[in-house]
Design a protein around this ligand. Structure first.
Ligand SMILES: NC(=O)c1ccc[n+]([C@@H]2O[C@H](COP(=O)([O-])OP(=O)(O)OC[C@H]3O[C@@H](n4cnc5c(N)ncnc54)[C@H](O)[C@@H]3O)[C@@H](O)[C@H]2O)c1
Length: 318
């Protein structure tokens, strides 16, 4: 199926991710049908979409007219039969292999022969998720980042049998909704984004554990050093601009010093085991008591919206 023929998107799982994904497709004029296991979850999803809409109006990223389009374009159902006339079905249900496999087996018996099948799994194997699907060339991983109505990256992950045209058409589709797709050429755990993120996370904890710097200074160094560069130039471009000879010399003595831990470190395990889970339990690496939790979320969201506005301007200028 060609890009122009894609008009209707089916979404399964009306939770955090499914609701955000519905919002971004509906906003660009696609008809979206959102499904879940019961009506009360669908009602909650409607409210969540309204919260996303309100924040985008408040930040002047969307107009009231555009919001009316979002609302009109999303319909809701608990019956998978609605997938029968969808051009693309995106699954954002619970992260459990057997449930995802059973879902797709059933959906293949309902959906059109030429409909695309995408899973938003965070890290399960794409090949395994679609194991029971017969026409595997139409299957793909489509990993949106949370919150999907804000973060531009979407990773498209090829399964062993995913066709080139499935990758190309869905990549173009994601561009039409203002996303920045990347292609993960094989079914590798962590795809791209989480591999990079967790390499930095492991090293950040190692630096603290080795007494090299405090938690605060590690975060500050990332935000104002490497992190300052990354929205503009990635790590490989950074090396090109710095000089590959210099990066070679640094790599030859520094790689040997970095963490190569194969297990989560003690400082993470002990916090988790004692219920220090971060913002949601008011303590993690930092203290979030006395309203500091809300402040942390508000500050993050404010800065994310600033970044989003900047990216919108960039995309318009391209
Ligand atoms: N939350 C994140 O940060 C994040 C980021 C990227 C990807 N993901 C992935 O997206 C998927 C959904 O995650 P989420 O955070 O939105 O979860 P969630 O718990 O908020 O929502 C999942 C929804 O799926 C529904 N569901 C469960 N089984 C179902 C079935 N058989 N048919 C239809 N609906 C069913 C549940 O009722 C629930 O409403 C998972 O695969 C997750 O790993 C999550």
């Amino acid at each position: 199926m060609q890009l122009e023929q894609i008009k209707k998107i089916g979404i399964a799982g009306a939770g955090t991710m499914g609701s955000g994904i519905a919002q971004i497709f509906a906003r660009q004029g696609y008809k979206v049908v959102m499904t879940d296991i019961n009506d009360s979850i669908l009602e909650k999803s409607k409210k969540l979409v309204n919260i996303f809409n309100d924040s985008l109006i408040e930040e002047e990223i969307m107009s009231k007219d555009e919001i009316d389009v979002v609302i009109a374009n999303i319909s809701y159902s608990t019956d998978k039969a609605v997938f029968s006339d969808c051009d693309l079905i995106i699954e954002a249900i619970i992260e459990k292999m057997d449930i995802k496999q059973a879902f797709w087996k059933e959906v293949e018996s309902i959906a059109r022969e030429d409909a695309y099948f995408a899973t938003n799994t965070s890290g399960l194997s794409i090949n395994k998720i679609f194991d029971l699907v017969e026409k595997k060339e139409r299957t793909i991983g489509m990993h949106f980042w949370n919150p999907p109505h804000i973060i531009p990256l979407v990773e498209l992950i090829r399964g062993d049998k995913t066709s080139d045209s499935t990758v190309e058409v869905l990549k173009e589709l994601l561009k039409t909704i203002g996303k920045e797709p990347v292609v993960v050429q094989k079914d590798a755990p962590g795809f791209i984004g989480n591999r990079l993120q967790f390499a930095a996370f492991r090293e950040a904890m190692y630096i603290v554990d080795q007494g090299i710097a405090t938690v605060e200074d590690v975060d500050k160094a990332m935000k104002f050093g490497p992190g300052f560069r990354y929205p503009v130039i990635g790590p490989l471009q950074t090396a090109d601009l710095g000089g590959l000879d210099t990066f070679y010399y640094i790599s030859s003595y520094l790689f040997n010093e970095l963490s190569d831990a194969k297990e989560p470190p003690e400082m993470l395990r002990s916090r988790m085991e004692s219920g220090k889970l971060g913002v949601k339990s008011k303590e993690g690496f930092y203290d979030y008591s006395d309203g500091k939790d809300e402040l942390a979320i508000k500050t993050r969201d404010k800065m994310f919206f600033k970044m989003l506005k900047y990216i919108h301007m960039e995309q318009k200028g391209r």
